[in-house]
Design a protein around this ligand. Structure first.
Ligand code: ADP
Ligand code: MG
Length: 296
């Protein structure tokens, strides 16, 4: 079975991130390829451990075609000391890599393909939200593509399960804030009503969709410095986020619903799943994504 890490051979490094490395590995007995995400705790603060344990909890519970599948969790796969010093997740291998990698090669995707990405992410969010899980880190490097052209949500490092949890107790954020919603940056601005976090995932999807269309991070101009002040102003105060004139009415309206600054009137996952931008390209989206996956 896959219960012993000794049966895996490391083939390559697929990615680095917050406190972890992801390897391409081969399960020798079956010759099946997986991705192995290794989080090491050596000299890492408590925070990293907390995140790892919540990622374990979430990965053990989720089972959806729109979320990267976890086939097993190993503690101390590489350390074997008294305390837990690393945690490894055995994940399904997504041959196409991340949307971040794809956008580096093809900075502007077809609307067909973007529509397919939006639909997959919405299906994934619909599933996660029904399990009371807020992803909290939807961005191109956390959306993975396989060789069939399927897009799945990955990386539950900062996600949280809101059931029974004190809503004030948000995990402090360690990655980029570029895809963060206005209500996460400034929670007290909205008539004192705090969001449960679901709407924040929709905002992030809107930024991703816009980025796929315009070919760069869309909230600040390419010539502006992407520092904290410029970002915060763009997210919290800038009034209009224009899509280029070449954009269809459908994608314009989709992005507007996602980037509605007040989370209380922002589009919901349910609404956006039947939005014309998602339904219009239903037939052709898979073919376009398959094309992009095959030229990666
Ligand atoms: P982090 O918490 O460090 O951001 P991620 O889970 O987002 O870790 O993984 C980091 C990178 O590794 C991803 O952006 C992607 O490029 C690559 N990666 C992660 N999981 C897989 C996978 N299952 N298949 C292929 N590549 C992966
Ligand atoms: Mg990540």
């Amino acid at each position: 079975g896959i219960d012993n890490l000794a049966n895996f051979e490391k083939l390559a490094v697929l990615g680095h991130g917050n406190g972890g490395t992801v390897y391409k590995v081969c399960h020798r007995p079956t010759n099946v390829i997986y991705a192995l995400k290794v989080l090491r705790f050596m000299e890492e603060p408590e925070m990293v451990q907390q995140r790892a344990f919540s990622e374990v909890e979430i990965l053990r519970r989720v089972d959806s075609g729109f979320v990267v599948m976890c086939h097993g969790v190993f503690e101390n796969g590489f350390s074997g000391a008294d305390g837990i010093e690393d945690i490894c997740f055995l994940l399904e291998y997504m041959e196409g890599g991340s949307l971040h990698d794809l956008l580096r090669k093809h900075p502007m995707l077809s609307e067909n393909a973007i529509s397919g990405i939006a639909r997959s992410v919405l299906e994934g969010l619909h599933y996660l939200h029904s399990m009371q899980i807020v992803h909290s880190d939807i961005k191109p490097s956390n959306l993975l593509i396989n060789r069939k052209g399927e897009v799945k949500i990955a990386d539950f490092g900062v996600s949280r399960c809101i059931a029974g949890v004190d809503k004030e107790q948000c995990p402090s954020y360690m990655g980029t804030c570029a895809y963060m919603s206005p209500e996460r940056i400034d929670p007290d601005r909205w008539d004192g009503v705090h969001s449960d976090g679901f709407a924040g995932d929709v905002w992030s999807l809107g930024v991703v969709v816009m980025e796929c269309f315009v070919g760069h991070f869309p909230l600040i101009k390419p010539e502006e410095k992407p520092d904290w002040i410029n970002l915060m102003c763009a997210i919290c105060f800038e009034e209009k986020r224009e899509m280029p004139e070449t954009a269809s009415a459908e994608i314009q309206s989709f992005v507007m619903r996602c980037l509605q600054r007040d989370w209380k009137i922002r589009g919901t996952v349910e609404e956006l799943l039947v939005h014309p931008f998602v339904t219009k390209f239903e037939e052709s989206a898979a073919e376009h994504l398959f094309y992009y996956a095959s030229v990666m």
